[in-house]
Write a protein that binds this ligand. Sequence first.
Ligand code: SF4
Length: 242
Amino acid sequence: MGSAKGFIHSTETFGSLDGPGIRYVVFLQGCPLQCLYCHNPDSWDINSGTQKTAAEVMEDIVRYKSFISSGGVTISGGEPLIQPEFVSELIDLGHQNGLHMAIDTSGAVPLNCCEEAVRKADLILLDIKSIDNDKCLKITGRGNHNALQMLDFRERVGKPVWIRHVLVPGLTLIESDLIRLAEYLKFYKCVQKIELLPFHKMGEYKWQVLCRSYQLYGTPEPTQEEMEAARKIFLDRGLPVS
Ligand code: SF4
């Protein structure tokens, strides 16, 4: 039986957006970043989560085993790797049940604090906020060093990564930045897929409810043409973009 307790934000039983196939998604509470475009600022404070052991979470997951057998489980957040022992234990329990286990992370946590969980995961969905360190600092409050180190580690151990990158007009939807990111990624064999995600405004109301200062009210969502132009930058370099 598992013993590590995790702070849980919520769960989704039939997720289709966070990794391959139909997945059970566990959203953990707490995040060290404060991304300007975050659509879940309610997940930042770890103390407002519900505490459960990994065994308790797995007990619920296995009820859906037949539905997620060709997909798996994704541990997301917030930033799940601020709770590395819980994540590691949940992955072990998932593997004991024959489940594919993925982590959806910003890579913000230093590798030496979460290496075991990062090594064990069958797939890492790694959200690179910006390939430019200064811009990453501006967008999230921290630089990109830890995320890039995590990518290097997965390359070394030969395990797959899907890169995620949110396109925000005026902030990350900038041709020169996207070219730089694509040029950087094209040397990594572990990168199986690149998901370019359009900035959206669905979480704006949460910033208001939480009385947090939101800077992107005037920022539009990207157009379909802008999304296509961004994809082309990666396609032209032979990268598996979606
Ligand atoms: S890493 Fe995710 S949860 Fe954390 S602030 Fe950024 S968008 Fe929000």
